[in-house]
Unconditional design. Structure first.
Length: 256
């Protein structure tokens, strides 16, 4: 059942209709009552969205997709609720301590594939496959238009020094943006995103990454089909992730 008018065959009387859509945390159904005046009645079943906030998901095709990359705040909530190992969230960095609100809204990076999968399961979701990610990117509008990388970004991208990688994270990765419910943040910039797909590259099993990062040129990088690879452990300091779940039809109950 989607937005719109639904014709239901009922005998005359007063009915209560409720819709339960457990697959979509962004939407809830209003309970409605009406008097059936004849053999048929058309009544709009109102499905509304909650205000966009942390953990919000957007409908893309038959999937519900995280509106933003998983943030440090969301990842911290997962760590607090589970026994998962802390990895790469940079919470002890002086820049995170000095501006905790900004740090909380940055995408979490450097997480191993197993921990990403554990987070997704904890959230009742999963990582998208590379093909699903490409389909999502092709259908959804980016919340932020990409810009060409600076020379400093291009130099920082190839620097393998852990301290300078951390510096690049705080310098070039931006907080997530929650805008229109139909737009998805991070599809065209910010950090690469891990998918649930794996591939053997040069004899090593790697996770397939989708989308551009802050150092990719939007004029040359294919944001929909472009891909790269990273080790399963410990993960990449330039890579975040988002979760998806499959939509299921809502349940409709009608009682008198």
């Amino acid at each position: 059942m989607d937005r719109g008018d639904t014709v239901i065959d009922l005998a005359p009387g007063l009915y209560r209709c409720s819709v339960v859509d457990r697959s979509d945390p962004l939407r809830f159904a209003e309970v409605d009552e009406w008097l059936v005046a004849g053999e048929q009645v058309a009544r709009r079943l109102h499905l509304r969205s909650d205000p966009v906030g942390a953990g919000a998901m957007t409908v893309v095709g038959d999937l519900l997709v995280d509106q933003t990359e998983v943030t440090n705040a969301a990842y911290a909530a997962f760590l607090a609720a589970t026994s998962a190992q802390r990895m790469h969230s940079f919470a002890d960095d002086p820049r995170a301590i000095a501006d905790p609100a900004r740090w909380a809204e940055l995408p979490v990076v450097g997480v191993s594939r197993d921990v990403m999968s554990a987070y997704a399961a904890w959230a009742g979701a999963r990582l998208p496959t590379i093909d699903e990610w490409a389909s999502i990117a092709a259908q959804a509008a980016p919340a932020v238009a990409p810009a060409r990388p600076s020379e400093a970004m291009l130099l920082a991208r190839t620097d393998a020094d852990p301290d300078r990688q951390r510096d690049a994270y705080f310098a070039f990765v931006r907080p997530v943006v929650r805008g229109e419910a139909s737009a998805l943040d991070g599809l065209a910039d910010n950090v690469s995103e891990a998918t649930g797909s794996i591939e053997v590259v040069g004899g090593t099993t790697t996770m397939v990454l989708a989308g551009p990062m802050w150092a990719d040129d939007p004029d040359t990088f294919d944001r929909v089909h472009g891909r790269s690879f990273a080790p399963l452990v410990p993960g990449s300091p330039h890579t975040g992730f988002r979760c998806v779940r499959r939509r299921s039809p809502p349940q409709i109950s009608i009682s008198q």
